[in-house]
Design a protein around this ligand. Structure first.
Ligand code: ATP
Ligand code: MG
Length: 270
């Protein structure tokens, strides 16, 4: 049997096909690569391992000499996996942007069977966790995700309409004029952790969307496919991104198992 492993900055993703040809997916924290080794040892039928991701070298330190290893560079693996997952759901875009929100964010342009990385930003899943932790003390991703669904950004973010009070706004008044901008110009109050985390999600989502849209316009692509584990069960972030993308006249696309694109690509590469 063959498996694909994507050893990322935060999470190590594993993908393989079961005997019914269904994808099976699992994750490990990347700071515990020995757990990956134990898992492989418990699956003696594994013969080939496709590997990708920035922590490949660290992973190989742990699993080398175990099986036959097939390496593929991260962006190749991700795009190969994304193409597979898109086709599986019946999407065939001639041109699209692929925005991978991992620990950091990478943005790619995909056209037919070709793709290039057009840019990225350090604002990503690591920022979501890091800023949430620093501002509220909460460090657990699932707690962060859960809390933001009860949060409200209104008293922290400054919207365009908050500035242009009683006037016509030059752009959509509901757009954010300044993320966290209300705090500095109103009397200081303590904000609930839920509200702060929801606002961090807003910041992360809006920066990533704004950048993705600029590249989409440059490349004349309508669809933006958002992937990466930062979106795993993270409805709040997905909503920020979907709304912002639509407001700016582009089409957001979300697909199943998107966080495993790299692992699927590494598996397909064997
Ligand atoms: P990169 O591609 O930048 O090297 P990565 O591949 O590890 O990083 P992903 O796995 O796509 O990145 O996403 C990591 C992000 O997903 C984290 O920063 C966090 O926001 C979120 N996340 C989702 N599930 C978890 C989890 N169980 N533990 C920690 N973070 C999680
Ligand atoms: Mg990754």
């Amino acid at each position: 049997k063959a498996i694909g492993i994507d050893a990322g900055g935060t999470l190590t993703k594993v993908a393989y096909l079961d005997k019914h040809n269904e994808l099976v997916l699992t994750t490990f924290p990347s700071n515990d690569l020995l757990a990956v080794k134990d898992w492989i040892i418990k699956h003696p039928d594994i013969e080939d391992i496709g590997v990708t991701g920035g922590r490949t070298e660290q992973l190989l330190e742990v699993i080398k000499a175990m099986k036959s290893i097939h390496y593929i560079v991260e962006f190749e693996a991700t795009l190969k996996g994304v193409r597979f997952l898109l086709h599986k759901e019946g999407y065939f875009f001639e041109r699209s942007m692929i925005t991978n929100i991992g620990t950091g964010t990478s943005i790619h342009y995909m056209e037919g069977n070709t793709h290039i990385r057009v840019g990225g930003t350090g604002i990503g899943g690591g920022t979501l966790i890091g800023l949430s932790a620093l501002t509220t003390g909460i460090t657990d991703y699932n707690e962060i995700r859960e809390m933001s669904s009860h949060g409200n950004r209104e008293s922290i973010d400054l919207l365009v309409k908050d500035i242009y009070q009683g006037m016509d706004t030059p752009i959509d008044g509901h757009l954010t004029a300044s993320n966290f901008g209300k705090v500095g110009i109103t009397e200081f109050v303590n904000h609930p952790a839920e509200d702060i985390i929801a606002t961090v999600q807003g910041l992360v989502g809006e920066v990533i969307t704004t950048l993705s849209i600029q590249y989409a316009e440059e490349k004349n692509a309508q669809h933006i496919v958002y992937i990466g584990s930062t979106l795993s069960n993270n409805d709040h972030l997905a909503r920020v991104i979907a709304n912002y993308t639509r407001t700016k006249k582009h089409i957001p696309v979300f697909i199943n198992d998107h966080g495993f694109s790299g692992a699927v690509g590494a598996l397909l590469n064997i």
